[in-house]
Design a protein around this ligand. Structure first.
Ligand code: GRG
Length: 309
């Protein structure tokens, strides 16, 4: 029997069991990721790649990709290679972010960081290995019922989301703004639209591309994902203040220590939460034309602001 407490009520009044959905999808993604990287010679690098990739994590990006593909009329099979690639790319960015040259963190996903276990040299290469494998995976594992034109578009989107116009650019400005307590809201938005929202946007939009969404639908998906992307980061900043290391699986209170301007440092916690809620409402508004087919994406948007890690 399904516990009714777990059923989220969407604005339309329909009910959707998000915890059961997330659990099933996390299991699906974990199994696909596990079989994506067999350990062969030189074992050390494959073990280092697997260590961070299979260390848990919410799997939000692959789940968004699969849910979007299905909402547009595609299947899980069409999107699973891209979903795995998104998690590989996200994980590689976490490995590099944790390096002593960047955020210098000892814990991630409740475990020692990659460089703490394998050393900095192998951690850099594990990130590089995941980055390369992600693109290979999309190119070679997307089934033939997805036209090659769509596969090329997905590869282009992923490259853009990762590079200087995305995560890399956001990280550069983030590193530059450390210790600068006069960082403006404009700069903060630039950092997080690139560091966090770009990959969430690619997750949603690539799901749509694989299912051959119309350009009007791609625009809706883009607005949905940009809104949830910023809300995701606002909540991340709040959790850095309010959650424990055990809940987060990584060091808590890091932003204050690194003298970083954050949304709660500019607006306070309550105002930040209210802005995140407004963004989620705007995001869900974009999905209205999809009716009940949008239930998973609507529920995931609400999960983003209600999560505790
Ligand atoms: C992309 C080529 C390339 C290099 C990396 C280091 C770097 C450039 C970028 C930093 C990107 C970064 C770490 C952004 C933070 C994004 C974020 C909010 C992470 C937390 O995501 P969750 O909560 O984590 O989904 P889990 O562990 O649940 O997957």
């Amino acid at each position: 029997m399904v516990a009714t407490d777990n059923l989220q009520k969407t604005p339309e009044g329909a009910k959707f069991n998000l915890p059961a959905y997330l659990k099933e999808r996390q299991k699906l993604c974990d199994a696909a990721l596990d079989s994506a990287i067999p350990v062969v010679y030189p074992e050390k690098i494959y073990e280092a790649m697997r260590y961070s990739l299979l260390a848990g994590g919410k799997r939000i990006r692959p789940i968004l990709c699969l849910a979007t593909c299905e909402m547009i009329g595609g299947t899980v099979e069409m999107a699973i290679a891209t979903a795995c690639a998104l998690e590989m790319l996200h994980t590689m960015s976490l490995i590099h972010d944790d390096l002593p040259a960047m955020d210098n963190d000892d814990y991630r996903r409740g475990k020692l960081t990659n460089h703490k276990v394998y050393g900095e040299d192998i951690a850099i290469l594990a990130g590089d290995g995941l980055l390369a494998l992600a693109f290979e995976f999309v190119a070679t594992r997307t089934p033939q019922n997805v036209p090659r034109e769509q596969v090329v578009q997905v590869l282009g989107r992923l490259g853009k989301a990762l590079g200087a116009a995305g995560l890399v650019g956001g990280q550069v400005v983030d590193l530059d703004s450390e210790g600068k307590l006069d960082t403006s809201l404009e700069t903060l938005n630039f950092i997080h639209n690139h560091k966090t929202a770009a990959l969430l946007e690619a997750s949603v939009v690539c799901g749509g591309i694989l299912a051959q969404a119309s350009s009007e639908d791609i625009q809706r998906l883009t607005r949905y994902s940009q809104n949830i992307g910023l809300a995701f980061q606002i909540i991340d900043d709040i959790l850095d203040i309010t959650a424990t290391q055990e809940q987060l699986g990584k060091t808590a209170g890091k932003d204050l220590k690194a003298q970083k301007v954050t949304y709660p440092s500019l607006w306070g916690i309550e105002e930040s939460r209210s802005k995140a809620t407004q963004l989620i409402e705007a995001a869900c508004g974009e999905l209205a034309p999809f009716g009940d087919k949008a239930l998973p994406l609507v529920a995931i948007a609400h999960f983003i602001i209600n999560r505790n890690n």
